[in-house]
Ligand binder design. Sequence first.
Ligand code: G6P
Length: 369
Amino acid sequence: EQIEKGGYEHFMLKEIHEQPTAIKDTYRGRMLADEGLIRMAGVDDNLERIANAKRILIVACGTSWHAGLVAEYIFEELARIPVEVEYASEFRYRNPIISEKDVIIAISQSGETADTMAAIKLAKEKGAFAFGVCNVVGSSISRETHAGAYTHAGPEIGVASTKAFTTQITVLTLMALKLAKQNGTISHTEFMTYLQEMERIPAKIEKALKGDEHIKMIADIYKDARNCLYLGRGFNFPVALEGALKLKEISYIHAEGYPAAEMKHGPIALIDEEMPVVVIATKRGHYEKVVSNIQEIKSRKGKIIAIVTEGDEEVRDLADHVIEVPETLEPLTPLLTTIPLQLLSYHIAVLLGKNVDQPRNLAKSVTVE
Ligand code: G6P
């Protein structure tokens, strides 16, 4: 087992650090930046059907559902196709309205999640085209779908999903770019800019990973918190949800993710000097609005841990701690902002002496209802 962990203390930490390579493996052979091409067999073979979808439905559970939410923002922004993201467990039992013009995308690391599988079967029965985004090759969901794209993240052993999440977002971004090109909803120049920037993402993740020691120090300060709030807007709202989920899963600290602007409709009541608030405040992305949310937290004495773009000065003056990530195109920021949140929960859980790779009550894959 020590060998399998490749010198890391836990599988989760190893998998966090594998993300630059995993993402390269995801786009290798698919994204040909020099030629300005994206090749994805599962999409290419069904291009008309997918690009002409009246609606894209995404079904998933857990972390994969969060990747679906990020994809919703990306598909709508780039490809201008309406997207709905559903918890598979809710979708399957509510007599959903599905037409033959719909494309349903199932996202599942394991490809074995029972609810996601059932949702896909149901949508297929109603004539939708089913596309799978799975990590495990040959898994049940990958076999049940009409077409798909593997994430190629390699085995994920830690129960808390990390590299599966960022590679799911990578696959879905490539897909969105491909559809955007097909439908003419982005210019060739924009398309090329995205491809070139995607190629820089692994190096930018490497850089974000270098914040590890600083993040560990922050983890030490907040490890005894009983609650924690995560806020983000736009593309980074789902990242806030995922950050909160990671903390809950492995440290057993109660955490909630919220769209930053919704804070005033409830969570703000919880904020006092005991409450750490993690805010994703990268440049662009409604930056000024997030800054004013930070001011609201500060005036209520909440402790602010902000994820900011490299070189940011404004938030640094307001926040108790800042964690920098490199700058990138806004729709790609989740690939970077996720990294410090994974490390933060990892270190908190380790400092609390929790079983990081196998948290209590959780399973890597939920194959029963
Ligand atoms: C379980 C795992 C999560 C995972 C979820 C969905 O709850 O603990 O990490 O996100 O299932 O799994 P899937 O394999 O469908 O992505």
